[in-house]
Design a protein around this ligand. Structure first.
Ligand code: SF4
Length: 602
């Protein structure tokens, strides 16, 4: 099958965009004989260039292939031109390494990094010739599993996925594979067994009880709920691939990546990752230095990114940078800091790492007024922002990218007036420096209420309010100094719906896919009107999800799983937000009892 399939695929390559997306064989990719092994396909529901930079995929791909009883291969969703040709030639979705049809695998594993990729999951299953509904899958069909942040509200895609991996997968995925590899068990028996493995959420074991209003009344479950996340307690001992794949194609993050720690406990109230990956856990300096040197030795990359949710917080960072600068001097390997905090320390770090021509530095104040920064628990003052700008200018940068959010809970028109004032103050600071002064590119992303955050209870602002606020800002900033960018608000609305909705949305995703929706994360492919049509066809009012306030009495779809942070703590933290009370960073300061320590060592 694979040889014939490869021939068919290769015949298409001269006619499609970026054929290297479909050939595999990259440096450090792994080819194994599948005989007698568990066949696992790791699927990224978007194109190669995006999926290839996904740290989770790279870690698990190499981890699974380190097991001699597992045959793990990758599959990235074909772009629209290739998919069209494949459907015309009746070619199923295939793995890169050996060009094996996904339908022939034992396990098909998706990562769900973003809600707007859900139509791609359905499209991918259909292109693979695998029944899209879990209810239609029996013996002989692959087990379809999913992991990643999207699983913290698994319900919108629970019609299509047999099992959700809740939390960090390094240990759990091997437990799942051991059961999936049992030839003596049927498809259903495997799911029965897996539903009792900590960290596995099997939606077929849970029934949702609805109120006449369409809200959730309760859950009827054959297994204990909620399913608590799994974490890797000691990340210093955690598996980390030191011979990662080196892509042929230019990918989103075209560099080596070193995960320096897991978790962030700054407690920004809009940030889901800050709640999901608690507690914060660090690797030792010895481990970090060794892993970085090995990765560069085994790949030849000219840059390594020190990645985490908040790298400047890492207590080993300064000695690590000292070690790596020394080790990489001869090879001229650059060390990068993907995320920077708005403080002079971070700018100092970025400056020490980047003696070359200063292009652009990125900072994320998120809110323009102090009132709003307090509400979101950003814990930075205007003085800190202006001092950071001075550090940026002292270090020689003249271009700055600033990230702000629009439509944050509690936001008023006055907050946008204050944001415009902040830009004026930043530009004024730059007037004292030689050269052409500072140019600011500002990206405004619309606020999306996320499960497992204090803002899961709040509603979004409607489009007309967001458009008015953009006008307030645009009328007050100097376009020669400040460039404003923002995403279409409809995308933020849909993202909120699939963040907050329940099982009833499965029918909407399928209907939208039937109507042609896919690659919704790409603005030129996102069809808002078609999605609204799909809601109408399913008799669901799409506005009820993101334009209504909820309370601590509301039963949320995602209460079938837990990240350890309690609903009670989130409700209390929302009250703190309205009082502009800040929460400490519990890694450096005192614990605020979010609930995680009841299940994990903090
Ligand atoms: S329980 Fe305390 S220390 Fe642990 S993550 Fe929550 S706030 Fe931080």
């Amino acid at each position: 099958m694979t040889a014939a399939l490869r021939q068919q695929v290769e015949a298409l390559l001269p006619w499609v965009d970026r054929p290297a997306r479909y050939i595999g064989g990259e440096f450090n990719s792994i080819s194994k004989d599948p005989a007698g092994k568990l066949r696992f396909a790791f699927c990224f529901p978007d194109v190669y260039e995006i999926g290839q930079s996904h740290m989770g995929l790279v870690i698990l791909y190499h981890l699974l292939n380190e097991q001699d009883w597992i045959f793990c291969e990758r599959a990235y969703l074909p772009w629209v031109d290739m998919e069209q040709a494949m459907r015309r030639e009746k070619i199923p979705w295939f793995t890169l390494e050996s060009c094996t049809s996904l339908a022939e695998m034992d396990v098909v594993g998706f990562t769900l990094p973003y809600e707007m990729l859900y139509s791609n999951v359905v499209n991918g299953l259909d292109l693979a010739g695998i029944p899209i509904h879990r209810r239609d899958r029996t013996d002989g069909h692959p087990l379809v599993i999913a992991g990643g942040p999207g699983t913290y509200n698994p319900e919108p895609v629970s019609d299509f996925i047999d099992l959700f991996v809740i939390g960090e997968a390094e240990e759990l995925v091997l437990e799942i594979c051991a059961i999936a590899h049992r030839r003596d068990l049927s498809h259903t028996e495997k799911l029965d067994l897996l539903s009792r493995v900590p960290g596995c959420y099997v939606p077929s074991k849970v029934e949702v009880v609805w109120k006449p209003t369409g809200e959730i009344e309760s859950f009827k479950s054959e297994v204990p709920l909620p399913v608590m996340k799994r974490i890797v307690a000691d990340v210093d001992q955690a598996y980390f691939p030191t011979k990662p794949l080196v892509p042929f194609l230019q990918v989103i993050h075209d560099r080596a990546n070193l995960e320096v720690h897991r978790g962030c406990v700054h407690g920004c109230r809009y940030c889901q990752a800050g709640m999901l990956y608690r507690p914060q856990r660090e690797k030792s300096l010895e481990t970090l230095t060794r892993q970085a040197e090995d990765v560069i030795k085994n790949t030849g990359f000219q840059e390594i990114g020190l990645s985490s949710l908040n790298t400047p917080d890492n207590t080993q960072l300064v000695p690590l940078i000292r070690n790596l600068t020394k080790s990489f001097e001869e090879k001229k390997v650059a060390v990068g800091l993907p995320s920077l905090r708005v403080d002079s320390f971070s700018v100092g770090l970025a400056d020490s790492l980047n003696k070359a021509k200063k292009t652009q530095i990125t900072l994320a104040p998120e809110a323009g007024s102090q009132r709003l920064r307090d509400i979101i628990n950003k814990n930075i003052s205007e003085e800190q922002i202006l001092n950071t700008v001075k550090s940026v200018l002292d270090a020689g940068w003249r271009e700055m990218k600033l990230y702000f959010m629009l439509g944050l809970p509690g936001e008023t028109d006055e907050d946008l007036v204050e944001m415009a004032e902040l830009f004026k103050k930043i530009i004024h600071v730059s007037k004292g420096y030689p050269g052409r002064g500072l140019f600011i590119t500002t990206t405004l992303s619309s606020f999306v209420p996320k499960p497992h955050t204090p803002f899961q209870f709040v509603k979004q602002f409607p489009k007309d309010v967001l458009e008015r606020r953009i006008r307030i800002l645009r009328d007050r900033v100097d376009p020669h100094r400040v460039k404003l960018r923002w995403r279409e608000f409809e995308l933020g609305e849909m993202e909120a719906i699939f963040s907050l909705g329940g099982r009833e949305l499965g029918a909407v995703i399928e209907r939208a896919w039937q109507l042609g929706c896919k690659f919704d994360g790409w603005t030129d492919h996102f069809k808002y009107d078609v999605w609204v049509q799909a809601f109408r066809d399913c008799g669901i009012d799409h506005e009820r999800y993101c334009y209504t306030e909820k309370t601590d009495q509301t039963i949320f779809p995602w209460e079938v799983v837990s990240c350890g942070v309690t609903k009670e703590w989130l409700w209390r933290d929302l009250a703190s937000a309205w009082n502009r009370d800040s929460k400490p960073n519990c890694f450096f300061d005192k614990c605020s009892d979010c609930g995680v320590s009841e299940s994990f060592d903090c």
